[in-house]
Design a protein around this ligand. Structure first.
Ligand SMILES: Cc1cc2nc3c(=O)[nH]c(=O)nc-3n(C[C@H](O)[C@H](O)[C@H](O)COP(=O)(O)O)c2cc1C
Length: 202
């Protein structure tokens, strides 16, 4: 069975972040992986209310589109989180997804443990917080037992950073961004082969 890579897009628009994440998933398909795209656009994903329902009942109180994502997170061996920059960091939508994963940990402490993760950040400015956003993504991975992967030095130190200039055309012209993306995707695939993470159903 092919390993499943889940791409999570934290932009509410079908523009730059959507485009580069799909490019990353295409590259993974070329390497022989199955891929699934999940975007926040048009979805209902509420922010965590810290009601602690998940700690008591082992599931989230909010019955919204996050349940579809919970299922995909269980099946995926590799996770790619892609976020636009909002005020120098990840979007609120991306953060809501991360926080809502508390319910997964409450139900099964090891639910995400051992999966492999990489990040993509897209800013309108060339230096608009992309590396901070990747650190936020990696921190989420570490907290949840996901192994964070970068593309290494000389272009992808923490992962893939893009400069969109606030347009789709801008991101499509960002050659350095795509070079960093390829380096990160290549390293991501190497880790997926080496560590062979398990797939499990929720
Ligand atoms: C509320 C808001 C805050 C933003 N803050 C930043 C920022 O701090 N740094 C930056 O580089 N771009 C910032 N941008 C621009 C977006 O990151 C940029 O247009 C990006 O390409 C959007 O991704 P998308 O095309 O996938 O929607 C901001 C956009 C919005 C709507």
């Amino acid at each position: 069975m092919k390993k499943l890579i889940l791409g999570i897009c934290g932009s509410p628009r079908k523009q730059a972040t959507d485009y580069v994440l799909k490019e990353a998933l295409d590259q993974m398909e070329e390497k022989g992986y199955e891929t699934e795209f999940f975007g926040v656009r048009g979805k209902e994903i509420g922010a965590c209310r810290h009601c602690d329902y998940c700690l008591r009942k082992k599931e989230c109180f909010l019955k919204d589109d996050m349940y579809k994502l919970y299922e995909l997170l269980g099946k995926a061996q590799g996770i790619i989180i892609a976020s636009p920059m909002y005020n120098g960091g990840i979007s609120a939508q991306t953060k809501a997804i991360m926080d809502r994963c508390r319910a997964l940990g409450a139900a099964d402490y090891d639910f995400l443990r051992g999966k492999i993760g990489m990040g993509i950040s897209v800013g309108g400015d060339r230096a608009g917080g992309q590396e901070l956003a990747l650190q936020q993504i990696h921190t989420y991975y570490i907290l949840n037992g996901i192994i964070p992967v970068s593309g290494g030095s000389f272009g992808a130190n923490l992962g893939a950073c893009f400069w969109s200039q606030d347009t789709l055309k801008g991101v499509q012209e960002d050659k350095e961004g795509f070079r960093g993306l390829k380096k990160t995707v290549d390293m991501f695939a190497r880790y997926l082969e080496r560590y062979n993470p398990v797939r499990h159903e929720p």
